[in-house]
Write a protein that binds this ligand. Structure first.
Ligand SMILES: [Zn+2]
Length: 231
């Protein structure tokens, strides 16, 4: 699998990227990954901004279809709803770090950025016992200091705009754009509003999963899709 094929956005080989992911002491700026291999049917479903009160309903839908996803959680939300964070981890989903308090990182100091990811990682580890090895920046805005996150930075090639669109609009966007290797970005929370209504997201997922499975796609965590993709 070539670097271009998995969409690594900075110079460097896959071996270097893997080293950056796995090497705890690696000093490289984390690579940005936008999608998985286009040669196979694998897709990664990802959710940001959780956990929220609505997350368990989403977990039921994923379970119904036997789909494992990746959840980029905010540390503040994890600390407020640790049982729901644990439920996500116990469901076999991958845990990702979406900072502690969901700030816009642009123009912040590298120290601030690193501290946000450190606190996010600590919160997830404290609540679930899992070390998040993948991270995602709030609002898709990368900035200096990301190196402190010590993990691969996961972007996306399909975003559902589920913070704004009704379920049908979200589902249509995804079904129109999803293809081999896609990383789909949805939200099981709304920034730090832990009581937000995410029923449009849950409904959209209920529609798109059977449709994408019907097309022959398979669902994987981000780590599986990128490093042990289906053949
Ligand atoms: Zn977010």
């Amino acid at each position: 699998m070539g670097a271009a094929e998995i969409g690594i956005g900075i110079s460097g080989s896959v071996a270097a990227a893997a080293w950056a992911v796995r090497g705890r002491a690696s000093g490289v700026f984390g690579p940005n990954v936008w999608h998985g291999p286009r040669s196979g049917p694998g897709i990664a479903l990802t959710f940001d901004d959780g956990p929220s009160a609505g997350t368990p309903k989403l977990l039921r839908v994923l379970e119904e279809f036997g789909v494992k996803a990746t959840f980029f959680q905010c540390g503040a939300n994890v600390q407020a709803l640790p049982e729901i964070a644990r439920e996500v981890a116990a469901g076999g989903h991958e845990m990702g770090n979406h900072t502690f308090s969901h700030p816009m990182l642009a123009m912040r100091s590298p120290g601030f950025v690193a501290e946000e990811f450190r606190r996010g990682r600590e919160a997830i580890l404290g609540a679930t016992g899992v070390e998040a090895k993948v991270v995602r920046v709030p609002y898709g805005v990368r900035w200096f200091g990301l190196r402190g996150a010590g993990a691969v930075h996961v972007m996306w090639d399909v975003i559902g705009v589920d913070w704004k669109l009704p379920a049908r609009g979200v589902a249509e966007r995804i079904l129109k754009r999803a293809r081999n290797g896609s990383i789909l970005c949805l939200h099981d929370g709304r920034e730090l509003n832990r009581g937000a209504d995410i029923s449009n997201t849950v409904e959209a997922v209920r529609w798109v999963l059977p449709a994408l499975l019907e097309r022959g796609h398979t669902f994987h965590t981000v780590t599986e899709l990128l490093w042990t993709p289906p053949t």
